[in-house]
Design a protein. Sequence first.
Length: 343
Amino acid sequence: MNRPFPIALFGSFVVFAIGFSGVASGQQDRLYDTSGKNIAGTVTQISAKGVQIKKGSNAQNFMASDVEKILFDGDPSGLTKGREFALDGQYEQALEQLKTVDLDKIKRDAIEADYMFYTAMSQAKLALAGKGPKDAAAKMMLSFAKKHSQSYHFFDAAKLLGDLALALGDPQTALRYYGSLSKAPSPDTKIESRYLAGMVFLKSGESDKALEQFEPIIGLNAQTPATTRLQILSKAGKAVALSQKGESSEGLALVKTLITELSPTDIEMAARVYNAAGACYEASGDNDGAVFAYLHTHLMYSALPDAHAESLLRLIELWPKVGKPERAAEARQELQQRYPGAK
């Protein structure tokens, strides 16, 4: 049975996170943007939409989506290390470091916000990989949102809340959280909002609604690498939607084209495209083709937990259909060992 998803804070989460708030000056901070550059100075303003950092009389403003991380003067060492582990996808190690932080000794609101976000983020990522309770992770992220509604992590938190809602079997709440990304100043984040909505409809079997979200993204004149990625993912989603509608030949043709264009070093993209290929083959009744596609994710792209867990779940169902029930038992054992909460 799916547990009810906590949404009581959602309204205030969206409404109060938009305006800028001042941050105490006189500290030396360092902001790293997504291009790899870093700027030393004093963070003077933080909001859901962005961050301002000053050095002398020179002030620079960054959209939240362009901020990779901020090292605040006064960060406890557990936060510094935990933040790096979290950003590197090593969530268990991140939590071990974050547990060492003494909240009573934190003097800056921005530092406390970072501590709460990276703790909630790590718990959410582990829960989504089947390594923790999803409802508890959602409550922790909502607690962060209530206390630090002015954090530049707002839209990242909203996405994770959408991911958790979807994993908990609550697509309508997922749509609400994903929809809040459309309020971001970044065009890429607005596009991501539409893509994620399409994925909710796709998982709910509402193929036409999914296509209504994917098609406009595919038709964009991409200006950034992030938009290009979202276009490829939308094409993969479109392929599955077409297959769900009974247009398997079109869906398979599209996903096969995407496979030929994959970069072998882009693990996330490859895992999602091969899983989409598996779904297309499965919808067309080609169980052997589906097994082959999902095996690519299982054997070559297992570093992406959610996609790997999805491939194992499908292989558990598909192996008996191709006459190899013992392989299904192996896949089930690995799923239970690596992602005990996945289903």
